[in-house]
Design a protein around this ligand. Structure first.
Ligand SMILES: NC(=O)c1ccc[n+]([C@@H]2O[C@H](COP(=O)([O-])OP(=O)(O)OC[C@H]3O[C@@H](n4cnc5c(N)ncnc54)[C@H](OP(=O)(O)O)[C@@H]3O)[C@@H](O)[C@H]2O)c1
Length: 235
């Protein structure tokens, strides 16, 4: 039985991963803004809005096990697809707080409390390297996460760190992208719409199985690497 800490498991990929690991008999510790709909003896959860940076440390205090085998920093927001010129600083700040700085605080807490983690996965995105029109603040936040992971490598010598792009997963994020965004103004959306409701954008149960199954393969890359699931499945 492994001990796993995960953020953002009330829905989407985090919920799929939670169900996957509980089905395998693992013990889960989770931190989410909304309640996770799963109730299970092996699931311990704390509700915490990760944009409230000053509260994170206190929440972790009451939650984390001594030595989680795996930490998955999954919680994240997309924000709105729009031009960077039209994106306000408060919007960017909120997105950076949730997608980047909350993860920094969790990692700092692990280091300061000498909590030994075998593997740390920070969920990133293909958007961290693509730079397509409209993905501004989100892309910046995920690129920052990729660099942040590299910077932590020497500060966490016993932990293998990966920033991980999970590919397309049918969650609320994709419902927004495929149903509400103008694919003429933002052409990168067209390929998402083509994949939407097909096997190329699996639901959270199928995606969680594929993604969790690939975390082991991340260990073959240098700690601090950015790994895209599409690299792993192609090899
Ligand atoms: N879906 C994809 O195709 C895709 C592709 C590439 C990368 N990703 C990345 O994968 C991760 C999961 O995405 P998803 O598609 O599963 O998104 P989702 O369905 O929108 O779920 C996001 C999760 O993060 C939590 N969260 C958001 N803001 C939070 C906050 N302020 N405090 C605490 N928890 C918060 C949500 O909790 P609430 O329910 O309380 O909001 C929810 O549990 C994200 O990091 C995303 O960037 C997804």
């Amino acid at each position: 039985m492994s001990a796993i800490f995960i953020t953002g498991n009330s829905r989407g990929l985090g919920l799929g991963l939670t169900r996957h690991y509980l089905d395998k008999g693992d013990r889960l510790y989770s931190l989410s803004r909304s309640e996770c709909p799963v109730k299970h003896a092996n699931l311990q959860q704390i509700r915490q809005d990760l944009s409230q940076l000053d509260q994170i440390e206190q929440s972790l205090q009451s939650l984390l096990p001594d030595a989680p085998d795996l930490v998955i920093l999954n919680a994240g927001i997309l924000g709105q697809i729009k031009d960077l010129t039209d994106t306000s600083m408060p919007e960017i700040k909120t997105l950076m707080d949730i997608n980047v700085w909350s993860n920094k605080l969790v990692i700092d807490w692990l280091i300061k409390h000498n909590i030994k983690v075998k593997q740390l996965i920070i969920i990133s995105s293909g958007a961290s390297v693509n730079g397509n029109r409209g993905w501004g603040a989100y892309s910046i936040s995920k690129a920052a996460v990729n660099m942040m992971a590299k910077l932590y490598v020497d500060e966490m010598p016993g932990t293998h760190i990966t920033t991980y792009a999970p590919g397309l997963v049918h969650t609320g994020m994709q419902d927004y992208l495929c149903r509400e965004v103008d694919s003429i103004k933002y052409p990168s959306i067209a390929s998402l719409i083509s994949a939407y409701q097909t096997e190329f954008m699996p639901d959270i149960e199928i995606a969680a199985g594929l993604i969790a199954g690939s975390f082991e393969k991340c260990l073959q890359f240098d700690s601090g690497s950015f790994v895209d699931i599409r690299q792993l499945t192609a090899s």
